[in-house]
Ligand binder design. Structure first.
Ligand SMILES: [Cu+2]
Length: 404
């Protein structure tokens, strides 16, 4: 495990000896020119260069089989830790007051764009997002330093159309402590746009891409350490509507599951620090629907409505068994793929971390319907949201016996 240390020490010892010999060789000659004429001087010089580079290589701690492609080495174990650098933590507390305090960090599930965004006169769809680090409330009295797109978790739901050319502009708010970027799973191209949108605090970058494949896709920050950025809240959904559009329904909702890794016990009040060990273990204190533990129902519909839920999973570790208590999905677009085989009469659908699903169902009976991850211990961690349905009772379908 520590064999790299032997190489490092060996390189350092050999390097120091070579450097010493080199200095002695130079000192022994009256001028540098005279020293360079001596063949003996090149041997310690070459040994020094070899020792220097072998020391650098030895510093890579992962075995070759485990190594990622060279251009992704920054993601490999050990090179970018999941933890936040200590200096940044100090900086955070030093400048704590400059971070915007967001009253309601949880994205409004009703804010689904009704139609795909209209292109500008030049035919391009222009979307702007701002990466901003803020302070928000996970649950009453529990505050967390969220990293967001547009000050909400998840970021805004985007809706474009298959074949659109999109110009996406990402700004990193000047108050941020970290660089950010955006990787949209709807993009065809390296990094899903991440490589073209690396923005330091205060910077803005734009890239363009063509939406080739219809579907519902996750977007997220892909700045190393990626899972650290995602588990601070940097994710959202983009719908690439098929050319012919989707069938109209009465109500559409936007819900994303996510995980928050915080130090201390579940329910600990105050400003709770990020826990990188829990992130690596995959043991979040909070599992949320739309960034926080819901306080009041936010989704409403009427008996008779057909609803569609665009559901995503920002992850980063847990697969969601998405279920609505008291309802059966009439239609599921598994993995949110549009154009593939649909499922009917389904109780739960798997929503993978970094994946999505689309479910549709008709409401027949009034009442409160809980959206959950049916790995139900996660309900205790906050993984639920309420759909409130009003309208006339429907005793033919549901009623206590004797009152029908
Ligand atoms: Cu980020």
């Amino acid at each position: 495990m520590f064999t790299f240390l032997i190489f490092e020490i060996l390189s350092a010892v050999v390097g120091i000896i070579a450097l010493g010999v080199l200095i002695v060789q130079i000192v022994r000659h009256s001028t540098a020119g005279a020293a360079l004429k001596k063949r003996g001087i090149y041997i310690p010089a070459i040994v020094l260069v070899i020792a220097f580079f072998s020391g650098l290589i030895a510093n890579k701690t992962y075995p070759p089989n485990f190594a990622m492609p060279a251009f992704m080495h920054s993601h490999a174990p050990g090179s970018v830790p999941a933890s936040i650098p200590f200096g940044k933590i100090i900086e955070f507390f030093k400048y704590k007051n400059r971070f915007e305090k967001i009253t309601d960090i949880g994205a409004n599930p009703n804010l689904v764009p009704e139609n795909s965004q209209t292109p500008d006169t030049d035919g391009r769809v222009r979307i702007s997002l701002t990466a901003q680090e803020v302070i928000g409330e996970i649950a009453p009295g529990i505050y967390f330093n969220y990293w967001t797109y547009n000050n909400q978790v998840p970021g805004p739901m985007l809706r474009v159309r298959e074949g659109d050319t999109i110009e996406l502009t990402l700004t990193n708010h000047p108050s941020s402590l970290h660089p950010h970027n955006i990787d949209l799973h709807a993009v065809t191209g390296p990094g899903g746009g991440a490589v073209l949108t690396n923005v330091k605090p205060g910077e803005t970058k734009t890239f363009k891409w063509k939406a080739l494949n219809p579907g519902l896709y996750v977007y997220h920050c892909a700045t190393p350490n990626v899972s650290t950025h995602n588990s601070h809240g940097q994710y959202g959904l983009i719908l690439v509507e098929p050319r012919e559009g989707l069938i109209k329904v009465d109500k559409e909702f936007y819900v994303m599951q996510g995980e928050l890794y915080t130090m201390g016990q579940l329910g600990k009040k105050g400003l709770v620090p990020f826990d990188s060990e829990a992130l690596l273990e995959g043991t979040p204190n909070y599992v949320t629907f739309n960034g926080k533990v819901e306080q009041v129902p936010r989704m409403h519909a009427e008996v008779g409505d057909t609803v569609r839920i665009y559901v995503g999973n920002g992850g980063v570790n847990l697969i969601s068994s998405f279920h609505v208590i008291g309802e059966i999905f009439d239609t599921v677009y598994p993995n949110a793929n549009i154009g593939g085989a649909l499922e009917h009469n389904t109780q739960a659908t798997a929503v993978l971390p970094g994946g999505a699903g689309i479910v549709e169902f008709k409401l027949d009976v009034p009442g409160k319907y809980l959206l959950v991850d049916h790995a139900l211990a996660r309900m205790n961690k906050g993984a639920w949201a309420v759909l409130e349905v009003t309208g006339d009772e429907n005793p033919d379908i549901f009623s206590p016996v004797g009152k029908e």
